[in-house]
Ligand binder design. Structure first.
Ligand code: ZN
Length: 354
């Protein structure tokens, strides 16, 4: 068997080969950090053989509750991903799988490549051309580079619609935590709807609001195969109160643009390792919490539950006590700074138990 992680977002180390179809592995730590959980590797020479992959350091990873009831993702073509039998005992995560072809890819969750992100950006700005002027989106789509990451990758912003009087300002950001690839899949779905000239909901949103989207907040961490940090080892979702050019230029440039545009609604899209549910973590603990913010959140939850049966409000994080919010987190900082309806959307790594 041949194991490799020498590709974008790859993460695994070979500890030893016990036999031709039994290997012991370890997940590498995030860049300049102790976090780890994301894995992504390729195994070759595995066709029609029951293979055992043991991840020895799963028990020391960032979210060990994430392994309980978890099944790894696998693919033959890196396009379609399926779950494979996985167990977690004595701190070791074991994947036992009989592949149907010579090479199989295993990952913590369906990966989302940087090329696919670039395709999403290009598709967004060329949609008007494709549909022709008559079906052009309300206000059009613009693409801006807000700054650069620690590794000098561009920070891409898409702007849907034209600013105007009485228009609301809506922000979506995703993938602050690079291992949470479900955020990128979510962005692709959401942007796809915004781009669809036949989508009545999107049209009505774009008539009333300008939508700012940063689909990929942490390109460096994504490329490096990190779970949680950027190239400098910063957890970007703890940098919003005082970002720095050395540690968190990604947050700094997005925050500066938000200061310029203002924010009425913000959603920060994430994945949760442990809870097998879709839920929202809010900003109820901010010092300046207003009745309007509480009211708007209630309306939003009701509407989202009606629109999507995956979303629920029974399971989630415990409520933060009044005034105790951590303002280094995007959702809390945005809610406190702009008085906005600000939310963190969490989606599971496990299959949805709801
Ligand atoms: Zn996250």
């Amino acid at each position: 068997m041949y194991i490799s992680d020498r590709f974008e977002s790859g993460n695994i180390e070979l500890v030893e080969a016990v036999s031709d179809h039994h290997v012991r592995l370890r997940i590498r730590k995030d860049s300049n950090s102790d976090f780890f959980q994301w894995f992504y590797f390729r195994a070759t020479g595995v066709c029609d053989t029951l293979c055992h992959f043991e991840i020895l350091n799963a028990g020391e990873s960032s979210y060990t509750k994430g392994w309980e009831g978890y099944r790894a993702c696998a693919s033959y073509d890196r396009e379609t991903w399926f779950r494979v039998p996985t167990s977690y005992t004595n701190g070791i995560l074991s994947i036992d799988h009989t592949p149907e072809v010579d090479t199989v890819w295993y990952a913590y969750f369906a990966p989302y490549s940087y090329d696919r992100h670039l395709d999403l950006i290009s598709r967004s700005i060329s949609t008007g051309l494709r549909y022709g002027n008559s079906a052009r989106l309300v206000g059009g789509v613009k693409h801006e580079v807000l700054g650069t990451t620690v590794d000098l990758a561009p920070m891409d912003l898409l702007v849907f619609g034209e600013p105007g009087e009485r228009k609301r300002t809506v922000w979506f950001i995703g993938r602050q935590h690079p291992g949470e690839t479900q955020a990128s899949w979510w962005m692709e779905g959401m942007i796809g709807r915004l781009l669809d000239p036949g989508d009545a909901v999107s049209r009505s949103i774009l008539e009333d609001a300008v939508v700012y989207v940063v689909p990929l907040m942490n390109p460096d961490g994504a490329r490096r195969g990190n779970l949680r940090t950027n190239a400098a080892g910063a957890n970007l979702n703890r940098e919003w109160l005082s970002p720095s050019p050395e540690r968190s230029p990604e947050v700094m440039c997005v925050r500066a643009k938000m200061m310029q545009t203002g924010v009425d609604v913000c959603m920060d899209v994430h994945g949760d390792e442990a809870l097998p549910y879709v839920f929202i973590a809010g900003a109820e603990g901010i010092p300046s919490l207003s009745e309007r913010q509480v009211h708007d959140r209630g309306i939003f939850d009701e509407a989202l539950m009606k629109a999507n049966s995956d979303f629920q409000t029974k399971y989630g994080y415990p409520q933060t006590p009044p005034g105790k919010a951590n303002l280094t987190i995007c959702t809390s900082w945005v809610a406190e700074t702009f008085g906005a309806l600000s939310m963190t959307l969490e989606m599971p790594f496990k299959d949805n138990a709801n």
